[in-house]
Design a protein around this ligand. Structure first.
Ligand code: NAD
Ligand code: UDP
Length: 318
């Protein structure tokens, strides 16, 4: 007889955001109880509207800079603005997410004996000198630049996870997420794929920062969710592990592709490259393959089409 899976009580901080909302849905679909905690800084009720009717779903409006008292088995700590325009809006608050917010969630994990997964980022590699980036690379981050509130915040969040693990035996997991995209990104998110799609659908100029020669590697959200869940439920491996799609694309190629897919009349305009914008980024995912048996399945064309369909529907209904 196949043993019945026991549902878990799972906390998702940042659960009303882009990645968090997909994660909450998937965890509910798997039969778990999900508590979504969000302060709605960049997340939205719209993202979790389809989940509200589910009796195994609870929503708490809360800022994780303040302690939280709950009983849970697992914590996915995603709460943190992720788009440069949003995390630079209140840099002190962004640093608090990587420090005080993570400490609060680690305290909760310690008290409940819960397993905690920290959403870290490829930004811990900064503007990398090693390419593609392996987990063993220590990075090249400007500690006082515009992006440092986020990059250094995430780096210290990894240190905190390791310190709690070493000192208190807290059951921790660290995942370094590379550029991820898909439905439920906010229209005003400001990251490149949502910007280009929304601009192309509206027939507005496509804003390339710099000359567009910089590269990123884009992972569709369902692939990332699979990786997060595999990592959370793997024993004897703390990470950090890279989760991302190793298929690298230049920003200028991305713009051309999106314009062609939408048959848009939009023209490209060049705008100044923001300070410390990494010139390239691509994950080495050998460790994720070895430890989790994970690799992305959705290619860029397929993922972009799903995302275009999503934004088309949103723009038509607004
Ligand atoms: P997002 O901005 O859509 O989601 C973040 C969520 O956290 C939002 O719902 C926001 O309201 C919430 N939040 C922010 N501050 C909070 C606070 N103080 N208390 C409670 N909730 C708070 O971003 P996302 O793309 O879904 O990113 C989710 C996580 O994944 C972040 O930690 C981000 O750093 C990480 N990440 C994302 C990417 C990516 O490409 N999407 C890449 C690397 C890392
Ligand atoms: N970018 C761009 N136009 C935009 C938004 C972003 O050219 O409208 C560029 C940005 O400068 C960066 C890349 O696209 O080189 C990815 O930016 P994003 O903000 O999506 O993510 P990150 O820089 O954090 O990887």
């Amino acid at each position: 007889m196949v043993p019945r899976k026991i549902p878990k009580n799972i906390l998702v901080t940042g659960g009303a955001g882009f990645i968090g909302s997909h994660l909450c849905k998937r965890l509910l679909d798997d039969g778990n109880h999900v508590i979504c905690v969000d302060n709605f800084f960049t997340g939205s009720k719209q993202n979790i509207l389809p989940l509200i009717q589910n009796t195994r779903f609870e929503l708490i409006r809360h800022d994780i800079a303040f302690p939280l008292h709950l009983e849970v088995d697992q914590i996915y700590n995603l709460a943190c603005p992720a788009s440069p325009i949003h995390y630079q809006q209140n840099p002190v608050k962004t640093i608090k997410m990587g420090t005080v917010g993570v400490l609060n969630m680690l305290g909760l994990a310690k008290r409940c004996n819960a397993r905690i997964l920290q959403a870290s980022t490829s930004e811990v590699y900064g503007d990398p000198k090693e390419h593609p980036q392996k987990e063993s690379y220590w990075g090249h981050v400007n500690p006082i630049g515009l992006r440092s509130c986020y990059d250094e915040g995430k780096r210290v969040s990894e240190s905190l996870m390791m310190a709690y693990h070493q000192q208190n035996k807290t059951d921790v997991k660290i995942v370094r997420i590379f550029n991820t995209y898909g439905p439920n990104m906010a229209i005003n998110d400001g990251r490149v794929i949502s910007n280009f799609i929304v601009q192309a659908l509206r027939g507005e100029p496509i804003t390339i920062y710099g000359d567009g020669s910089q590269s990123r590697s884009f992972c569709y959200v369902s692939d990332l969710i699979e990786g997060l869940i595999l990592m959370m439920n793997t024993d004897h491996f703390i990470g950090p592990v890279n989760l991302g799609n190793p298929n690298e694309t230049r920003v200028v190629e991305l713009a051309k592709k999106i314009i062609a897919m939408i048959h848009s009349s939009s023209k490209v305009i060049l705008q100044p490259l923001p300070q410390d914008d990494p010139s390239k980024r691509c994950p080495d995912i050998a460790l994720a393959k070895e430890k989790l048996g994970w690799e992305p399945r959705i290619g860029l064309d397929e993922g972009l089409q799903k995302t275009i369909d999503y934004f088309k529907a949103i723009l038509e209904s607004s």
